[in-house]
Design a protein around this ligand. Structure first.
Ligand code: KG4
Ligand code: ZN
Length: 340
């Protein structure tokens, strides 16, 4: 069984072909990504209209390349999957409409995939993980702790009430005059900064419900920066290190709270999975590794290229749904909002 997957919900245009491996995991036959970061960098964030137009310009070519790289013809594909949301609606429409056209012309089933579900199922593609497991999804747009109990069976244990974790990194970076995307830049600065210099808040720590609130932390960084302005290179590094240390404490505490509520709702998890662009952060990974060890759990972090937005995760989620007979018809809507 082979599925072509399209991803266009944010600022990556992606197409991939994935097939079902003999062990029940997936085999990635091709995984094409075109990142629009350069197009948005001047604006310090993703501009929806620019993103939608860029998807239109490159998607057809990426689909052709994904099939060519996989060395398969359309006739050898069993289903066409596209992320139907949540995301920037212009981009979502581009990907979903393209998938509908391909499905109609080639006479293949369409699978309208929830982008968050695709992130949630990636650990099964890469590690053949069994249900149930706890997922921390942390990207520029999403911060969710989810009990993944089965395909289509997700319990959202907690989320952010304001900024996503990646967004907090990006906004903090922008405030400190660092380039977009801010996450990797803040991590680089933090590596040679003093994490104890600024006493920043750890919002929500200790609360039983595993929710996040990060806008206060971002504001605290701004107030410190204003207090000591003009900022030297050392000040910037120390602010980044203090901010990152606060985030790590919050992430570990909130994930620990999620593990507790997981056990009530889904039993014993097979693993702790962390996905999304923020999963690339080594300090956060180390914190979560400590938590996993303390909880007797395996920490699974899919490779960075599969943690950030990509086509293989959409193809894989499509494949998981297709083999359960969960296909969609051509009226499937594009959705800006689509909670798991
Ligand atoms: O999953 P992703 O590529 O795109 C979506 O947002 O869907 O995640 C991008 C986010 C950005 O906010 C970026 O700053 C953050 O992930 N990020 C990081 C790191 N690398 C990327 N945040 C912290 N540390 C990093 N090393
Ligand atoms: Zn994503």
């Amino acid at each position: 069984m082979r599925v072509l997957g399209l991803e266009t919900t944010c600022d990556e245009t992606a197409a991939a072909v994935v097939e079902l491996g003999p062990d029940g995991g997936g085999r990635i036959l091709s995984n094409e990504v075109f990142s629009q970061i350069a197009e948005h960098a001047a604006y310090g964030g993703v501009v929806p209209e620019i993103a939608a137009r860029a998807h239109v310009e490159v998607l057809d070519r990426l689909v052709a390349r994904a099939l060519a790289d996989a060395k398969v013809e359309m006739a050898e594909i069993d289903g066409i999957a596209a992320a139907a949301g949540p995301g920037l609606i212009g981009g979502v429409i581009v990907g979903l409409t393209t998938a509908k056209a391909l499905a109609l012309v080639a006479g293949k089933p369409l699978i309208a995939v929830n982008h968050l579900e695709a992130h949630a199922l990636t650990a099964r593609l890469t590690d053949g993980l069994a249900f149930p497991y706890l997922l921390l999804l942390a990207s520029g747009g999403h911060t969710q702790l989810v009990a993944v109990r089965g395909v289509g069976d997700y319990v959202r244990l907690g989320t952010t009430i304001d900024d996503a974790i990646g967004e907090a990194f990006d906004k903090t970076a922008k405030m400190l005059g660092l380039p977009y995307p801010g996450g990797p830049e803040v991590e680089r600065q933090a590596a040679h900064g003093n994490p104890d210099r600024f006493a920043l808040p750890r919002p929500m720590i200790g609360r039983p419900k595993p929710d996040f609130s990060l806008s206060g932390l971002k504001t605290a960084v701004r107030l410190e920066a204003e207090r000591i302005a003009p900022l030297s290179a050392t000040d910037v590094a120390d602010l980044c290190a203090s901010f990152q240390a606060a985030i790590v404490d919050v992430v570990v505490d909130r994930t620990r709270a999620a593990l507790r509520s997981f056990r009530d709702r889904a039993g014993h998890p097979t693993a702790l999975v962390v996905a999304g662009g923020v999963a690339a952060n080594q300090a956060i990974r180390r914190g979560l590794q400590r938590l996993a060890t303390e909880s007797g759990l395996k920490l699974v972090t899919p490779p960075a290229a599969l943690c950030t937005d990509n086509g293989a995760m959409i193809a894989w989620a499509g494949l998981e749904r297709l083999r359960l007979g969960l296909t969609d018809d051509l009226t499937a809507p594009a959705r800006a909002r689509w909670p798991l």
